[in-house]
Ligand binder design. Sequence first.
Ligand code: ISL
Ligand code: CA
Length: 564
Amino acid sequence: MSQARATSHRPTAWWKEVVIYQVYPRSFNDSNGDGVGDLNGITAKLNYLKQLGIDVVWLSPHFDSPNADNGYDIRDYRQVLAEFGTMADFDQMLEAMRAHGIDLIVDLVVNHTSDEHAWFAESRRSRDNPHRDYYIWRDGSPDGSPPNNYPSFFGGSAWELDPTTGQYYLHYFDVKQPDLNWENPKVRAEVFDLMRFWLDKGVAGFRMDVIPFISKQPGLPDLTPDQLAHPEFVYSNGPRVHQYLQDLHHEILRSYNAMSVGEAFGVTMEQAPLFTDARRGELSMIFQFDVVRLDRQNWRKTDWTLPALKAAYARIDQAAGLHGWATSYLCNHDNPRAVSHFGDDSPAWRERSAKALATLLLTQRATPFLYQGDELGMTNYPFRSVEDYDDVEVHGQWRELVETGRVPAAEYLDHVRQTSRDNARTPMQWDSGPHGGFTTGRPWLAVNPNCVEINAAAQLEDPDSVFHHHRRLIALRRKTPALVHGAYEDIDPKHLQVFAYTRALADEQYLVVLNLGARPLQYALPSGISIERAVLDNGSGDGVAAGATLLRLAPWQATIYKLE
Ligand code: ISL
Ligand code: CA
């Protein structure tokens, strides 16, 4: 029996009961001193992940790639990137994960490939090449401009003129990431085939990169001015996306009982149930952007309020409804660090606010996704100049916005310092040694100098560390079905500093109270809420007695109470 069948014997919705940890392999752990993280480096840290208590690893792309977008530009779907190791290293890592009781999901990037993929090399050779229709080619407009006004997310037009055949090809992202043509049944068959390849090796499912983008608008009409501000709402709303996902589910995912989490960039709350309602047979769950993009206008950082954040959580829970399921996440490889984004990364409150955010992350009616390093309370990096960044998105925006004079350099740098994806891509901080113990060589991206104070070695030794608080929260969630499946209810949506919600399942009811600010305050519980005892808090506990109706909340206090 292939390894894959192992997952098919699980309870059907096994993926609702797990805590998932995202590994960005380039930055996780370098085992051979070349400055780049690798698969053997991950294998070497499985005891650490087991101690944390996570159940599944989501591995960002590990496939062969020229790294135009750090692996989200795949050149060969069945080959491990040489810098990351060999297929034998992958098999050894997967076997070691299994021995640790950890499952693996891999990153399915099939809205586009690398322009160095063999399919594209063929497709661009001639207009009648058998692979021509694997991608989206169009004649330019009569005036010589691109076929329409679609923008790329990485600056400039989403069309690139290819001189060999005199046509343009579509790329929603970098020019080295041509979009696949999902209208072509051969493309769909190729994708099914590569999914089977990895499922038969024993992976437990897929994270699906910008999967709502795979169905393009018929005729590719120009975007209107307000659509241009958020092209993702148009790109994610093509007419056949649900047909394609139902095919994926029925052809592949269902027989392996594999999980799928779609990156639903551009999907609105109204549309979300169309992707996750189990009766429709599409995806297990989706990443929505309502929380992580609450304070963003494209590259610009804007302010946010706690009521707006709480409204986003309520919408996500409502969109999951009874038949769907959601994800809970505060950071990933595309976002700034959670504690710098939603907490307070000053020395006074960094640890406690990181624990408060961990409490928020791990008590939702959703599968929690924890991004590497957030379990340590790692912070944003002190970027200064554009040269400090690796990210193709930053360099593309710099060309489009700053070099054209549209935005002053200082203004752009001030925003991108807070929002850049590279904030989460600086290497893991394992110890206080050179380069934070990530590598014995020169790291591909600088390690945050605060690795001296913020690192795994120090925290494993400190029972009050951010790491151990994550470990306790994960252990509590595992033994408390109400924190997984219980109904979610915000008991005070308007409060400007306190986030308080209940989780109720059968006769078990819990109350989570988060003081998301540095001001201590008295908090009167709404009537009908009666505390039995505090179950877990982040070290600032108010030691409240049973039956208390008034809480004295310390700065950044996060407490889970059992209710009577
Ligand atoms: O919002 C974004 C674009 O401005 C980015 O955060 C990101 O491009 C978007 O969320 C889609 O992300 C996924 O697809 C990209 C890749 O660069 C991201 O790393 C990936 O998560 C293209 O594959
Ligand atoms: Ca390496």
